[in-house]
Design a protein around this ligand. Structure first.
Ligand code: FES
Ligand SMILES: [Fe+2]
Length: 441
C-alpha cells in the first residue's frame, strides 16, 4: 500500500495522507514523475491572433515563450538565452519578429534561429551558432496548446483520452470558434496545488462555501429549480482526467439573468447548433461541466462562460493560478459583457466564489500543521453509490489514483460504477458535406 493513499473498497473509504500536501520531497517527486512526464497546458492558440504575437508563460516553473511565428506557426521556446542564460524576453506579451538578448546582444528570430551576434568575428567562421531551445514535444487539441518535457510521452490525443469529448463539448458551442478573451486573471494561494485541483471539481462545497452567491442568484432569478444539482454525474475519463457534469436547467442554473436580447441571441445559436450536430450532442453541450485534465488544467463550463485555469505548484504550501475566459467568438457585445460580468461576480478577485475558495484552501493548509494528530483527509463520498453525482468525490479519487500511480508506482483498480445514462452518451452528428459548405460559405 502506498504511504499516501488508502483505497479500501470493502468499507468503503478513500483517504489521502496530508504529507502529500506538505512534504517538500513529495513536490520533488511530483516534478520528476508528473510534471516532467505528462502533457502540460501553456495557452490557447486564439491568444496569439496575429503573426509574431507572443506571450511569456511559466510551465511547471520553467519560463517559456509562446509564439506565433512569422509564418503563423505556433512555437514554444525556452525563455533563456543559449549564450549564458539571460532571460531572453522580459515582457509579458507583445509582437516581435526578432528578440535580442539584453545581456550581450545575441538576436534570434521567432522561428528560433539565431540571426546575429555583436562582434561575431571572435567566434570564427565555423562556429556552430545555437538557436533557441524548445520543449521535447508541443502539440494542440482544438487550439489548446500543450507541451511535454518528455520526448517519449504518448501522443496528446491518446493522453487526453475521454477528456477530448468534453473539450469538444466546450469548443462546439461556437459556430465560428471559441476564443480566449484578452486579459489574464492571476492569483496565488498559500496552499498545496492539489487542493485547488480538488476544489475545481468539488460540487459538494458549493452550497455551503458559496452561500452568498446562491443567495444573490435566488434574489436575481427566483428559486433554483428543485433537484437541479442532483441531475448530474461524476465520470472517470481515463488517465487521471475526470469530470463533474450537470444536465441543462432552463437557461442555466448560474449567472445573473440574461436580457431578452441576449437570451434570444443564445437561443438562436443553439437552435442552429441543433441543426448541425443533433439534439443528443447539443443537450449535453447545454449542461455544465467541471473538467480536470491531469495534472493541472481545469475547464469549468457553467453556462455563464468557460473558465480555463492552470494551476502551478511553487512550494508545497504555495501555488500560482492563472485563469482565462473562453467565449464564442461570435458573441455580441451584450453577451460578452454579461459573461465578463459573471466571471468577475463569481471568479474575480472581489467575486463571491474565488475568495471563499482561497480562504477554504488556505485554512486547510494551515491546519495540516496538526497532521501528527490527524494525518488523513477523507475523500470517500459516493464510493458506494451506483452512479456518483457531482456532489460526490469520484472525480477527486480519479485524480488521486493517477497521482498515486505516477508518484509511488502503485496501480489501483478503477472504481466500479454503473455505466452513465444515455444522456451522457449522446454523440455529435457529423454534419453532411453540404451543411458544412453552407455554414462555412
Ligand atoms: S546571455 Fe544572452 S547574449 Fe549573453
Ligand atoms: Fe468554490
Amino acid at each position: 500500500m502506498s504511504e499516501y493513499v488508502i483505497d479500501d473498497r470493502d468499507m468503503p473509504k478513500f483517504r489521502v495522507n496530508r504529507a502529500a500536501m506538505t512534504d517538500p520531497a513529495v513536490l520533488e517527486r511530483e516534478r520528476e514523475r508528473i510534471f516532467d512526464r505528462t502533457w502540460l497546458y501553456i495557452g490557447h492558440e486564439t491568444e496569439l491572433t496575429k503573426r509574431n504575437d507572443f506571450l511569456t508563460r511559466n510551465v511547471a516553473g520553467r519560463p517559456m515563450i509562446f509564439f506565433r511565428d512569422h509564418e503563423g506557426k505556433i512555437q514554444v521556446w525556452a525563455n533563456s538565452c543559449p549564450h549564458r542564460g539571460a532571460m531572453l524576453c522580459r515582457e509579458k506579451q507583445g509582437n516581435a519578429r526578432f528578440m535580442t538578448c539584453f545581456y550581450h546582444g545575441w538576436a534570434f528570430n521567432n522561428a528560433g534561429k539565431m540571426v546575429s551576434m555583436p562582434s561575431d568575428e571572435a567566434y570564427g567562421p565555423d562556429f556552430d551558432r545555437p538557436g533557441l531551445a524548445a520543449p521535447a514535444r508541443v502539440d494542440s487539441y482544438r487550439g489548446f496548446v500543450f507541451v511535454s518535457f518528455d520526448p517519449e510521452v504518448e501522443e496528446l490525443v491518446e493522453y487526453l483520452a475521454g477528456a477530448r469529448e468534453y473539450i469538444d463539448l466546450v469548443m462546439d458551442q461556437s459556430e465560428v470558434g471559441m476564443r480566449v478573451v484578452p486579459g489574464t486573471h492571476e492569483y496565488s494561494v498559500k496552499a498545496n496545488w492539489k487542493l485547488l485541483v480538488e476544489n475545481s471539481v468539488d460540487g459538494y462545497h458549493a452550497i455551503t462555501t458559496h452561500q452568498r452567491y446562491f443567495e444573490m442568484i435566488v434574489a436575481a432569478r427566483g428559486e433554483i429549480p428543485a433537484g437541479a444539482l442532483a441531475r448530474s454525474s461524476s465520470l472517470d475519463l481515463g488517465n487521471g482526467h475526470a469530470v463533474a457534469v450537470g444536465e441543462p436547467v432552463g437557461d442555466g442554473l448560474l449567472g445573473r439573468p440574461l436580457s431578452e436580447a441576449a437570451k434570444a441571441e443564445r437561443a438562436a445559436r443553439f437552435a442552429r447548433l441543433r441543426e448541425r450536430y443533433g439534439d443528443a450532442w447539443v443537450d449535453r453541450m447545454d449542461g455544465t461541466r467541471n473538467l480536470i485534465i491531469f495534472p493541472n488544467l481545469v475547464l469549468i463550463d457553467l453556462v455563464m462562460g468557460v473558465v480555463v485555469r492552470k494551476i502551478d505548484p511553487v512550494t508545497p504550501d504555495y501555488m500560482e493560478v492563472t485563469g482565462w475566459e473562453l467565449v464564442p467568438a461570435e458573441d455580441g457585445p451584450e453577451l460578452t459583457r454579461h459573461r465578463l460580468d459573471d466571471y468577475l461576480t463569481f471568479w474575480g478577485p472581489g467575486g463571491l466564489a474565488t475568495p471563499d475558495d482561497v480562504e477554504a484552501l488556505e485554512t486547510c493548509q494551515r491546519s495540516f500543521a496538526t497532521r501528527a494528530e490527524l494525518p488523513w483527509s477523507d475523500i470517500s463520498r459516493g464510493m458506494n453509490t451506483a452512479s456518483p453525482v457531482s456532489t460526490d468525490e469520484l472525480q477527486m479519487r480519479v485524480f488521486w489514483r493517477r497521482w498515486n500511480a505516477l508518484v509511488t508506482g502503485e496501480q489501483l483498480p478503477d472504481e466500479p460504477h454503473d455505466p452513465p445514462s444515455a444522456f451522457y452518451l449522446g454523440q455529435r452528428r457529423e454534419p453532411a458535406e453540404g451543411v458544412v459548405a453552407a455554414a462555412d460559405a
